[in-house]
Design a protein around this ligand. Structure first.
Ligand code: ZN
Length: 284
């Protein structure tokens, strides 16, 4: 099941059209996406049992372009992001894969929708296609075996990065360079976890102006999704709606020879098989 934030309301996106969760469930479930994430298992079960009629005929492709589309998650209590988490990306950056997950944050004010325009703040602004995990169940010290039971679903994410700011200072502090306005598009919707057999077997791509720079699989991750969920939970309590940006595959702009960075009017399309696409346009 796909749950979008359409016009500020939790909306199930089917191939036949959209279903407003609150009105179709006669108030059994909230219109707030955050509340729906907490009960996503129940919403999936209700939806499969009752097959409610669509409340508007907007198609998935139309939803992706709809100006009413908001971020798939609005106000996460925590946004974790993982650096150097793909083997081929580590190699292109001249780095050794880490032995412990390398964690920073994208501050929540950087979160935006799948079709947002992205102001380019510097001449070293780069792209990173990423699988984003949406936490559904609260927990600490979650075991590896139980980790995926704490995941509500997944979306596509972009970890836009101002490389100069990211690497400024000694030691470098990544978080601000990753948190400019609209640097964290997520969406286009949450795909519930029951639809994804293995989050580490998904094709992930990023095109800039139609040129494919990133084309990889989430199987190249150094630390898998269950490993990341379990590891983070040994330190921070995971809460419903928390996000994990799981790292970028190879093919970022800084990895090109010579390096390529984003400029206004560039079109950035980020896709993951089964999860949909983001289409962001860079602006001044
Ligand atoms: Zn990243």
């Amino acid at each position: 099941m796909r749950v979008a934030n359409l016009n500020g309301r939790a909306t199930i996106v089917t191939n036949a059209g959209c279903v407003d969760v609150e009105s179709a469930s006669h108030g059994a479930f909230s219109h707030e996406v955050g509340r729906v994430i907490e009960r996503l298992d129940e919403v999936v079960a209700w939806f499969e049992k009752t097959s409610p009629a669509v409340t508007e005929t907007t198609t998935p492709d139309e939803v992706m372009r709809d100006p009413r589309l908001g971020p798939a998650v609005i106000a996460p209590s925590q946004v974790f992001a993982i650096g150097v988490n793909y083997r081929a990306h580590a190699a292109e950056m001249g780095l050794t894969p880490p032995t412990t997950p390398m964690v920073f944050t994208k501050f929540p004010s950087s979160i935006t929708s799948a079709n947002a325009q992205v102001p380019i703040p510097s001449s070293t602004t780069d792209w990173e296609a990423e699988l984003v995990v949406v936490i559904g169940a609260r927990g600490r010290n979650v075991s590896l075996e139980n980790a995926l039971n704490h995941v509500a679903g997944y979306c596509v994410g972009q970890d836009f990065s101002d490389r100069e700011l990211q690497m400024r200072g000694t030691p470098a502090q990544f978080s601000l360079g990753k948190s400019h306005q609209n640097f964290a598009p997520i969406g286009p919707w949450i795909t519930s976890a029951d639809e994804i057999d293995n989050p580490n077997d998904l094709r992930i791509t990023c095109d800039i102006n139609g040129h494919r720079y990133q084309d990889s699989t989430t199987g190249d991750m150094v630390f898998s999704v269950p490993e990341l969920v379990s590891y983070l939970s040994t330190i921070c309590e995971l809460r419903p709606g928390d996000l994990i940006f799981t790292g970028s595959p190879h093919g970022v702009g800084q990895g090109q020879r010579p390096a390529v960075f984003l400029k206004p009017t560039d079109v950035i399309e980020t896709s993951i098989s089964g999860l949909g696409s983001l289409r962001n346009v860079a602006c001044a």
